[in-house]
Write a protein of this length. Structure first.
Length: 297
């Protein structure tokens, strides 16, 4: 909710430099050497911070759901068990409304549940103070002999386009799997060239092109929607942090401190709705897209 820009007192970064620094990922090449991305698309490196926090939060989500299932009793449930049961029932009801194959739901419902919890956890990292974890990482990096101003750490995996597109691409692969499983390879291949305009040889190229565009558009929009909302939220928190940082550095302008507290509180309360809604939307689109894979055009 709030940011700590104490390093401004010693290095004096401008607002633009502060935001630029915080928007830089910890990037490594495949020799685990620190690098910076120079091209729009560069597969020679990866965002180590997004991978670290994404895997850690995914493991935490799995552990919490596993623990909820392991501790389940037939008697009066505790609060944690009740929360897990309510969440699981909500997801299962949504799955039943769009996926009418009971066998498929045995896999897709748990998948949608973990998607919801995992994305919620990743989104919720935006609620931490802007400089908390990056400052801790700066201290660790400096103690290991690195230069403090080169210590980069972004902690919201869903504010990274590579993460959200990776998630949406995984959903695409699940959809392709169920297309083949339900319709057969031949049936799905025929659907690719016969829908949506009709089964006529003259329309096969157009149908195929439309099908490819549909799959690509759904996958890109699925990932971009989550990324856009979380990136914007992260940027707003940085701007709010600058208000408090300016007051802390200059020691003047009490209005900045008050505005920092009010804006941070209001945006945090609103952002609770945003992070939950974005996780729910991604889960629902996962269910809808896999449900469409079961339907014949």
């Amino acid at each position: 909710m709030s940011g700590n820009v104490e390093h401004a007192a010693t290095q004096g970064p401008t607002a633009g430099e502060y935001i630029t620094h915080h928007l830089q990922h910890l990037q490594l090449n495949f020799h685990l050497e620190p690098v910076k991305q120079a091209k729009l698309v560069d597969f020679s490196l990866f965002n180590a911070d997004s991978i670290f926090w994404g895997v850690l939060l995914g493991a935490l989500a799995c552990f919490m759901l596993w623990r909820g299932a392991r501790k389940a009793t037939s008697g009066v449930p505790g609060r944690f068990q009740a929360a897990v049961e309510i969440l699981a029932e909500m997801v299962d009801n949504q799955a039943k409304s769009v996926i009418h194959n009971p066998q498929s739901r045995k896999v897709i419902s748990p998948l949608a549940l973990i998607v919801f919890v995992w994305i919620f956890f990743m989104n919720a990292m935006d609620m931490l103070p802007v400089d908390l974890l990056p400052r801790i990482w700066t201290g660790i990096y400096a103690s290991a002999g690195g230069e403090a101003h080169h210590a980069y750490m972004r902690v919201v995996p869903t504010a990274d386009l590579s993460t959200t597109l990776g998630l949406s691409t995984s959903v695409l692969l699940v959809c392709l799997f169920y297309n083949i499983k339900i319709k057969g390879l031949g049936g799905w291949a025929h659907e690719l060239i016969a829908a949506p305009f009709g089964d006529h040889w003259a329309l096969y190229p157009v149908n195929f092109l439309m099908q490819v565009i549909e799959y690509v558009a759904k996958t890109v929009s699925h990932g971009m929607r989550l990324f856009g909302n979380m990136f914007a939220g992260e940027l707003v928190f940085m701007l709010i942090a600058l208000m408090g940082g300016a007051w802390a550095v200059t020691g003047t302008g009490i209005g900045l401190a008050i505005g920092h507290l009010i804006a941070g509180t209001v945006w945090t309360l609103f952002h609770i709705l945003v992070i939950t809604l974005q996780a729910f939307i991604f889960m629902m689109l996962t269910l809808i897209y896999t449900g469409q894979a079961h339907d014949a055009h």
